[in-house]
Design a protein around this ligand. Structure first.
Ligand code: ZN
Length: 342
């Protein structure tokens, strides 16, 4: 009851059959020197490959032709997608740093703290108080400092394909392709379509609107954007070498961009459409910051981790990594590079 997350239900939707991931690609030729440090990174995001030859209808066969989805090289597998199910759960988010007290009384002893922006599990609400569990402590917090919400019952897709680490030292293999689905005017990895839809719909139900401004990018698109950025620095007087280094901190070099996986979403909101630091002051960002981990998404490029990620703070860039990794990094404060090597 105290922490219903303990009741995670691992299940395989559908037949309950096993899934065999085909680890087709390996690094090495891509210049990666520390593959062994992050084993999951080598489990490339190839579409699961079918181990049987049962002529089952594939999801792609049901896609209306008018959707004009780019042709995937790996057809989506008819094997049911593996997901992690979660029971609905009451949680609350602290609007500011607040005391956790021994009883529902402002004069009772302080037994812990709930930092601003952190989420606690709600055991029960009692008048103006919430009986909460946070960081191993249970106690009472005044409801006037809390935002309440109910984590929906949800199935989050999972698998090594979701964990892929992509950065300047973990390149996607040449010719990497993924089965795509259309979403909000862009394209995402077909396996995360439903969870993307759920996250956008749930935010809307909480009064928050998102606008997707970028998701999947092909190698060609990524390369063109990178070259454009390099050229802009050359025009400012940088040498080619310096321009390339500078450009890469803002627009990733081809095969180092998460956008090529279809697992990264650039999200803004209709009232603030710029992709800059100002997005962090919007309701849309606050909603994502509080909730995205429940949908398997992380704030990939954090303000305090730029030394490690080598990428500027990007409050608009949200990456699907699966629920377990998303919740763990949210709890620890690590960036994804730290999570993958620890
Ligand atoms: Zn992005």
């Amino acid at each position: 009851m105290i922490n219903r997350r303990k009741h995670l239900i691992k299940r395989i939707i559908g037949s309950g059959g096993f899934i065999t991931l085909s680890l087709v690609f390996v690094f090495g030729a891509c210049g990666t020197s520390n593959d062994s440090a992050s084993p999951v990174a080598t489990a490339m995001a190839t579409a699961p490959v079918v181990t049987t030859v049962e002529p089952i209808a594939t999801p792609i066969a049901t896609t209306p032709p008018e959707m004009n989805i780019p042709k995937p090289s790996h057809m989506p597998s008819p094997t049911p997608l593996q997901t992690q199910g979660f029971e609905g759960q009451s949680v609350c988010i602290a609007e500011e740093y607040v005391n956790i007290r021994e009883s529902a009384d402002k004069d009772s002893a302080v037994v812990g703290m709930l930092p601003a922006g952190e989420t606690a599990d709600v055991i029960a609400y009692e008048d103006g108080w919430a009986h909460v569990a946070y960081g191993g402590v249970t106690g009472f917090v005044s409801r006037k400092y809390l935002i309440s919400r109910h984590v929906p019952v949800i199935d989050v897709p999972m698998g090594d394909w979701a964990a892929i680490l992509v950065n300047p030292s973990h390149l996607l293999p040449d010719g990497f392709e993924v089965a795509l689905a259309e979403f909000e005017g862009g394209h995402v990895d077909a396996r995360i379509l439903d969870i993307c839809k759920a996250m956008f719909a749930d935010a809307k139900a909480d009064g928050v609107s998102f606008r997707l401004v970028d998701a999947y990018r092909s190698y060609e698109t990524q390369n063109a954007q990178y070259q454009k950025k390099v050229n802009s620095y050359i025009a400012k007087g940088y040498s080619l070498e310096d321009a390339e280094v500078k450009a890469a901190t803002i627009t990733a070099r081809p095969n180092t961009s998460e956008h090529q996986t279809g697992l990264a979403l650039d999200i803004v909101t209709p009232s603030y459409t710029k992709r800059d630091k100002g997005f962090a002051n919007t309701d849309a960002f606050l909603w994502l910051y509080a909730n995205a981990q429940d949908y398997g998404f992380i704030l990939r490029y954090k303000q305090d981790k730029q030394e490690i990620t080598k990428v500027i703070y990007e409050p608009w860039h949200w990456r699907f990594v699966g629920a377990q990794a998303a919740r763990a990094t949210k709890q620890s404060g690590e960036c994804y590079e730290e999570y993958m090597v620890n």
